[in-house]
Ligand binder design. Structure first.
Ligand SMILES: Cc1cc2nc3c(=O)[nH]c(=O)nc-3n(C[C@H](O)[C@H](O)[C@H](O)COP(=O)(O)OP(=O)(O)OC[C@H]3O[C@@H](n4cnc5c(N)ncnc54)[C@H](O)[C@@H]3O)c2cc1C
Length: 393
C-alpha cells in the first residue's frame, strides 16, 4: 500500500499527523512541505515581543525531531507542483530544481493560506513585510531590531494587525494602524464593541487611521519610509507590516480539478471532490465555512485521523470562540454565522462590555466579551450556542 501523504507542515499538517499516529503507529506517513518543516505555534508570532521570545526560541522542533517523534518521513524544502488525482501521484520539485514523483494512497491538503498583498506604488513597497510564518517573522524581527527609531505602520486592523500593534506598542515601538474600514476587527465585531476596543488600544498610544488606504511607500537614503495615504495624509515609518488578510491556497487543488470556492471545498468528512483527497486547516472550506483558527484545526485533525484509519468520521464543530491577544483590550469573540440574522444585546461593564448576538428565536448565536469581567462568562455562554457542525451527520 502506498503511504498517506500530508502536504504542509503548519499546525494543520502536524495536527493531522499527530492524531493519526495516536490511532495507527504502522501505516507509512510522509509529509511534504515547501518550507523547513519547523514545528511551531503560529499564534505565538503576534505576541513574541511581549513574551520576550526571540524568533529562534519559537520553534518547538525541527524536521528531524518531528520525523522521529511522529515516525514519519518529512520531505522539506520541496514543492508539490501538481497532483494527478486519478493516478494518485504527486509531481515534486525540490529547492535545487530536481523533479520527482510520489505515490499516495490518501492525500491530505494542509497547504494553508497566502497573505493578500495590495498593489502599492513606490520604491519602498518591496520592503513591506507580511507575517504568516516563522520565517516571515524572522525577517520582520531582523528589520525591526535594526531600526533606530521604532515607528511601525501596520496595514490592516484585523485580528493579526491589532495583535501585532499591541505587541509592538507594548515593547517600546510607536504604532500606527491603517484600515479602509471605519473600525478595527470589522469582520468580528459590531461597531459599538469595536469602538470600545479601539479606545482601549488607543490608551496605550496606538494610533488608528481608519477609512483610508495606503497608496505609496517610498524610501529615503536613511532607510526610513514615507507612507502616503489615499486621504492625502503621509506618515513616517521605520518598518511597514501588511496584515490585510489571508486567502486560502487553492491553486494546487484547482489545477487538479478539485472543487474550490473561497477555499478548497470539502464536506463535513473533509473529503474534497476527488477520491482519497482531503483538505483541512486554513486552505479548507468545510461545509461552506472558512475558519482559519487553531481550534477548528484540532477538531478537523481528530476526525480526519479516524477517517484515514478506516473509520469514516465527520468533523464536529462546537461553538469555538476566538481569543484576541490584545492585553490592552482582552477580547474573546464568537462571531455569529454569516447567514444568521441577529440583534445585539449589550451590557456595559466597568472594565469592558458583554454583547450577545441573539436571533429571532432568542437563541444565542455569538458574543463579544471585552475586558476581564466579561471574559469570565466565556465557558457558560459558549455552552448556550448551537454547534456549527453537529457531532454526528
Ligand atoms: C500572526 C498570527 C497569529 C495568529 N493567532 C491566532 C490565535 O491567537 N488563535 C487562533 O485560533 N488562530 C490564530 N492564527 C491562525 C492560525 O495560526 C492558523 O489558522 C494556522 O496556523 C493555520 O495552519 P495551516 O497548517 O492550515 O497553514 P500554514 O501554517 O500556512 O501551513 C501551510 C503549509 O503548507 C505548505 N505548502 C503550501 N503549498 C505547498 C505546496 N504546493 N507544496 C508543498 N508545501 C506547500 C507550506 O510550506 C506550509 O508548511 C494566527 C495566525 C497568524 C498569522
Amino acid at each position: 500500500m502506498h503511504p498517506i501523504v500530508i502536504i504542509g507542515s503548519g499546525m494543520a499538517g502536524y495536527a493531522a499527523a499527530r492524531e493519526f499516529r495516536k490511532l495507527n503507529t504502522e501505516q507509512e506517513l510522509i509529509m511534504i512541505c515547501a518550507d523547513d518543516a519547523a514545528n511551531y505555534a503560529k499564534p505565538t508570532l503576534s505576541n513574541a515581543f511581549t513574551g520576550k521570545k526571540a524568533p529562534e526560541q519559537i520553534a518547538l522542533g525541527d524536521a528531524a525531531k518531528m520525523a522521529a517523534q511522529l515516525n514519519m518521513k518529512i520531505v522539506n524544502h520541496t514543492w508539490v507542483k501538481s497532483i494527478e488525482a486519478q493516478a494518485h501521484q504527486l509531481h515534486l520539485e525540490n529547492a535545487d530544481g530536481a523533479a520527482s514523483m510520489q505515490d499516495y494512497s490518501k492525500l491530505v491538503l494542509a497547504v494553508g493560506a497566502n497573505p493578500i498583498r495590495l498593489a502599492i506604488a513606490g520604491d519602498g513597497s518591496d520592503d513591506i513585510h507580511v507575517v504568516n510564518s516563522l520565517n516571515d517573522y524572522k525577517a520582520f524581527r531582523a528589520h525591526i531590531d535594526e531600526c533606530h527609531e521604532k515607528r511601525v505602520v501596520i496595514l490592516g486592523a484585523g485580528l493579526i494587525g491589532c495583535e501585532f500593534a499591541n505587541d509592538l506598542q507594548n515593547t517600546g515601538h510607536s504604532v500606527t494602524v491603517i484600515d479602509l474600514a471605519p473600525q478595527p476587527l470589522g469582520r468580528m465585531l459590531p461597531a459599538h464593541a469595536a469602538e470600545v476596543f479601539k479606545e482601549n488600544l488607543e490608551k496605550t498610544g496606538i494610533h488608528f487611521v481608519l477609512g483610508t488606504t495606503v497608496e505609496k511607500v517610498s524610501k529615503d537614503q536613511h532607510g526610513s519610509y514615507f507612507v502616503a495615504l489615499a486621504s492625502g495624509q503621509s506618515l513616517k515609518a521605520d518598518a511597514v507590516l501588511s496584515a490585510i488578510g489571508l486567502q486560502p491556497n487553492t491553486a494546487l487543488a484547482k489545477a487538479a480539478s478539485i472543487h474550490t470556492r473561497r477555499g478548497v471545498v470539502t464536506n463535513a468528512g473533509l473529503e474534497t471532490s476527488q477520491a482519497d483527497i482531503y483538505a483541512m486547516g486554513d486552505c479548507a472550506e468545510v461545509n461552506g465555512t472558512l475558519l482559519p483558527y487553531v481550534m477548528p484545526i484540532m477538531q478537523q485533525a481528530r476526525a480526519l485521523a479516524k477517517t484515514l484509519n478506516g473509520e469514516q468520521t465527520a468533523v464536529h464543530y462546537p461553538a469555538m470562540p476566538v481569543a484576541v491577544k490584545t492585553p490592552a483590550a482582552p477580547l474573546t469573540v464568537l462571531p455569529a454565522p454569516v447567514d444568521a440574522d441577529v440583534s445585539w444585546e449589550t451590557e456595559t461593564l466597568e472594565d469592558g462590555m458583554l454583547a450577545k448576538a441573539v436571533d429571532a428565536d432568542g437563541t444565542l448565536r455569538g458574543f463579544v466579551l471585552l475586558g476581564a469581567t466579561a471574559g469570565k462568562q466565556r465557558l457558560a455562554l459558549t455552552k448556550l450556542v448551537p454547534d456549527l457542525i453537529p457531532a454526528a451527520i
